[in-house]
Design a protein around this ligand. Structure first.
Ligand code: NAG
Length: 156
């Protein structure tokens, strides 16, 4: 049926438009706890700067990619917690769209890392992550994005 196909494409286009719209105008907390202890959890937003991601530079190693999300990274290195908050260039908000989930990875040399992304609202990287998610989630994300690619190829 031609009409239902058209409907699907319209929905996909609206989805893309909304995603782009959200992405271009988000503000994120920007700090790192090794230079500002208030960057840690519990987060104290009273003196931490908030950046408009639109104003952030395009990174040299990511040409053409604009920051459209916020992120919060929590890292334990040799028993010390470090926190980083900033605009995010890569990835998807949350895990399968659920911003309560973060990617977690345990590395060598006593390093633990938690990586959270969000784009639900300005300053959403204040405190996310109540629960973690293992890097097995990557497989889900990868299959999701290849599915999206397939959809896009059918549209354009
Ligand atoms: C900063 O935190 C306070 C208390 O949690 C909150 O009410 C306020 O909205 C936050 N400010 C911004 C700019 O998000």
């Amino acid at each position: 049926m031609a009409s239902s196909g058209l409907y699907c494409h319209l929905v996909a286009l609206i989805f893309v438009a909304v995603t782009i719209q959200q992405g271009t105008c988000i503000k994120c907390w920007t700090c790192r706890s090794d230079s500002d202890p208030k960057c840690a959890d519990p987060f104290d937003n009273s003196t931490v700067p908030i950046s408009d991601c639109k104003q952030e530079p395009t990174l040299e190693h990511l040409p053409g990619i604009r920051p459209t999300m916020c992120r919060k990274i929590r890292q334990k290195v040799e028993g010390q917690w470090r926190y980083f908050r900033s605009c995010a260039y890569l990835g998807e908000p949350g895990i399968e769209g659920d911003e309560r989930f973060c990617l977690m990875r345990t590395g060598t040399y006593n390093i633990f890392m938690e990586y959270c992304t969000c784009n639900s609202k300005d300053g959403c990287n204040s405190s996310i992550s109540v629960r973690g998610f293992s890097f097995a989630g990557i497989a889900v994300l990868a299959s999701l994005s290849s599915w999206l690619l397939l959809v896009f190829q059918r549209i354009w």
